[in-house]
Ligand binder design. Structure first.
Ligand SMILES: O=C(O)CCC(=O)C(=O)O
Ligand SMILES: [Fe+2]
Length: 291
């Protein structure tokens, strides 16, 4: 008789629908519409713009980096509890859980501002795969950014959820070559966003409050921001909470009072199923709406 431990994905029911598995396996991304409310979007924008305009008002451990054409606020959930609505969002976590055996660990959450930068017009931009600082050659699978599908399940140990706080027209924001999360073919050295048809990149029309969940193994990048208003997007980066630790600084114990117990657990490395994950699974079993 085979004895299996509890830490096993064998026979683990997926939180993804069959359509979602098909779509993510084919494209490497999924779009979830309206995961936060218009009111939450406004509150987040107001906090974000205030910190970007007055970085000194951001209390530690929040760091605000202001550049000429944009800025970054990190680690966002320590700035205000409302941002847990992005990282602990049940609609998003259901999908993230389905992509990494129900065991997500949040290792980075940042708000990124991007303004139209005239100096970029006409410049070429490279696509990339997120490497966690160590580039594996094409054809190799980086264990820190792996993608596998089999037996009706998906394992994508690194997933990025990008929740936009502003409307994004096509030809702006996130761009990728769909399907490349699976490719093991070498990419042309000069591959860039503009080199159609050999790099058939896609861009996405999004509304404020929409979420684009993607495998950072996709060849992806950022289309130049062409709008007169700022791009404001919150990236939550999750990893399978088991073998990996991309960020030893989270959770920040000295500032644990600024985040909820669920958020602390989400940011912690932990082998077993987490409390919030159990709650989401229970809600799904009872057929309740996720929020
Ligand atoms: O601008 C974007 O949406 C993509 C940024 C990116 O490359 C990343 O978050 O890994
Ligand atoms: Fe990236």
């Amino acid at each position: 008789m085979l004895i299996r431990g509890d830490d096993s994905a064998i026979n683990l029911p997926s939180t993804l629908t069959e359509e979602e598995k098909w779509y993510f396996d084919l494209h490497g991304y999924l779009i979830l519409r309206q995961v936060i409310t218009p009111d939450e979007v406004l509150q987040m924008l107001s906090l974000g713009f205030n910190w970007l305009e007055h970085p000194a008002q951001a209390a530690p451990p929040l760091r605000v980096t202001v550049k000429e054409y944009g800025g970054v606020i990190n680690p966002l959930p320590y700035g205000d509890r409302i941002f847990e609505r992005t990282s602990l969002n049940e609609k998003v976590l259901r999908v993230v859980m389905g992509l990494m055996w129900n065991r997500p660990r949040l290792f980075n959450c940042a708000l990124v501002q991007e303004k139209k930068d005239p100096s970029l017009v006409g410049k070429k931009k490279k696509l990339h795969r997120d490497t966690s600082g160590f580039d594996f050659p094409d054809g190799f699978r980086n264990p820190h950014n792996d993608y596998q599908a089999g037996n009706g399940q998906i394992y994508s140990n690194f997933v990025n959820s990008a929740i936009t706080l502003v409307d994004v027209p096509k030809e702006n924001g996130f761009t990728c070559i769909p399907g490349t999360h699976k490719s093991e073919i070498s990419f042309p050295a000069d591959l860039d966003i503009d080199s159609h048809p050999w790099a058939p990149t896609e861009t996405f029309e999004l509304q404020a409050g929409d979420c684009l969940i993607f495998s950072p193994r996709l060849m992806h990048g950022t289309e130049f921001w062409k709008m007169d208003y700022d791009r404001m997007v919150i990236f939550n980066r999750y990893q399978f909470s088991f073998y990996f630790n991309e960020n030893y600084s989270l959770p920040i114990k000295d500032h644990a009072n600024r985040i909820s117990a669920d958020q602390f657990e989400l940011e912690s490395i932990q082998r077993g199923e987490k409390e919030f994950a159990r709650r989401i699974l229970d809600k799904m079993k009872r057929g309740e709406d996720l929020c």
